[in-house]
Design a protein around this ligand. Structure first.
Ligand SMILES: Cc1ncc(COP(=O)(O)O)c(C=O)c1O
Length: 420
């Protein structure tokens, strides 16, 4: 707006612009000009489609399961949705779901939990990360979080006046945080450590000894541990491992599970928090003051899913197969990557440029180039070195379609003449 122009009703701030809380930007809320990563990807996709309308985008950027929930789960939902007793508020959840989660934890990991006191559902695991800081964080307290990673617990820590201490996940440390490097004054203020294995986006799993070290440190330095197990049923390098299997883990923390990834139930919004009863109780108290529980029919359908181990087994087999195929293609095209220990992500060092002289100073530049010039979509991560994330959740009707997509990927990546 020029200095002579008068503000119109469209450009003038609303009277409440000054009222926004500092935690979301205060009076500057909504005025930022920074363009976020996923918006940049969207823009590059639009440009690629406009410049090459005939070329199909090979989309490895989507981080969501590509299939619907299993037919038997949808059938249970269909029946439960018509039962009048399921119509009301679910509050902190129904016993059927807690019992199914307890059976699941026992069967999969040998972890014994009292469903009454040690398990509480959540409406997907994301809101659990928004609520757990409310249980522990006062102004000035610290949450330690791994980066790159799922940021929600950190955002809410900051909303409560707390601080985030970032633990970089580096290739040279096997993508495990170096807990010995954390200064003692940080430990003194730390109340929560958030971990996530199988890790998104690095795809690495944690060895038992790492979890043992975490339990010992939590007791010594007096913080709680929140383990994000969203991708646990997508473990490829052995049996899935729960943090709660670690001796003493139940004394120091909780594990948060999700039905989204391992059960193709992303949109259903179901998960649970389990572990130390006093932490589960605090979570349930905050949750009770925040929402009124997931629809009971959904909880009962999710309980049926949890009792059927063939569901996560089939989903695991599909994403393992797809990851193996993509890793082979990427290796042939010069990427230094290996099969992830888990998750449906392949996280691999970004190319530095092309042999024709294009430079990629950051992973974001590599992503933009691959989308715009070659119609290949990835997600860049620059938090701990330049890396690209390829997700194998692309849409393909059958294995023949997967193979055709892999062949096309190989051809385009070869033509890209990348330099590493
Ligand atoms: C590492 C990780 N944790 C948690 C979530 C949240 O999953 P949901 O809220 O669907 O349970 C996601 C989703 O992308 C994730 O990648």
């Amino acid at each position: 707006m020029s200095t002579t122009e008068q503000p119109t009703s469209e450009t003038a701030d609303p009277y409440f612009q000054q009222l926004f809380a500092d935690r979301i930007g205060g009076a500057n809320y909504g005025k930022g000009t920074a363009i976020y990563k996923f918006e940049k990807i969207k823009r590059a996709k639009r440009k690629a489609l406009a410049d090459h309308p005939q070329r199909e985008l090979l989309d490895f950027g989507i981080g969501e399961n590509d299939s619907m929930a299993a037919p038997q789960v949808r059938k249970t939902m269909e029946a439960e949705v018509n039962k009048p007793e399921n119509r009301g508020y679910a509050d902190n959840g129904v016993a059927e779901y807690k019992a199914a989660a307890a059976r699941f934890m026992q069967r999969q990991f040998g972890v014994q939990l009292d469903p009454e006191t040690q398990i509480n559902h959540c409406i997907g695991s994301k809101p659990a990360y928004a609520m757990l800081p409310a249980c522990f964080i006062n102004p000035g307290d610290i949450t330690m979080m791994t980066v790159p990673g799922y940021p929600v617990a950190g955002t809410h820590t900051q909303y409560y006046g707390g601080e985030v201490f970032k633990l970089p996940l580096l290739a040279e440390n096997g993508f495990l945080p170096d807990l010995d490097k954390v200064p003692d004054d940080i430990y003194r203020r730390t109340k929560m450590l958030v971990l996530n294995y199988p890790n998104s986006p690095t795809g690495r799993t944690a060895p038992a000894e790492f979890f043992e070290k975490v339990v010992a440190l939590a007791k010594e330095k007096q913080f709680i541990v929140v383990h994000d197990a969203a991708h646990i049923m997508l473990t490829f390098d052995g049996q899935p491992r729960s943090f709660l299997q670690t001796p003493g883990a139940m004394d120091v923390g909780v594990e948060v599970h999700s039905m989204s990834k391992g059960y193709d139930m992303i949109g259903w919004r179901m998960g649970w928090v389990c572990g130390h009863p006093q932490i589960v109780r605090a979570f349930a108290d905050v949750k009770d003051n925040s929402d009124s529980g997931q629809f009971i029919a959904t909880q009962i359908a999710a309980a049926a899913a949890l009792d059927d181990d063939s569901i996560p087994a089939a989903i695991n087999a599909k994403y393992r197969r797809r990851a193996e195929k993509l890793v082979a293609v990427l290796k042939d095209c010069g990427f230094q990557c290996e099969m992830p220990g888990g998750t449906y992500f392949i996280y691999t060092a970004a190319p530095k440029g092309t042999v024709d002289g294009v430079e990629f100073p950051a992973a974001e530049d590599a992503t933009r180039h691959l989308i715009e010039q070659h119609g290949i979509v990835t997600v860049p991560w620059d938090d701990a070195g330049p890396f690209l994330r390829f997700s194998v959740t692309y849409v393909a009707a059958d294995e023949a379609a997967e193979d055709a997509l892999m062949e096309e990927t190989r051809q385009r990546l070869s033509a890209a003449k990348l330099r590493f």
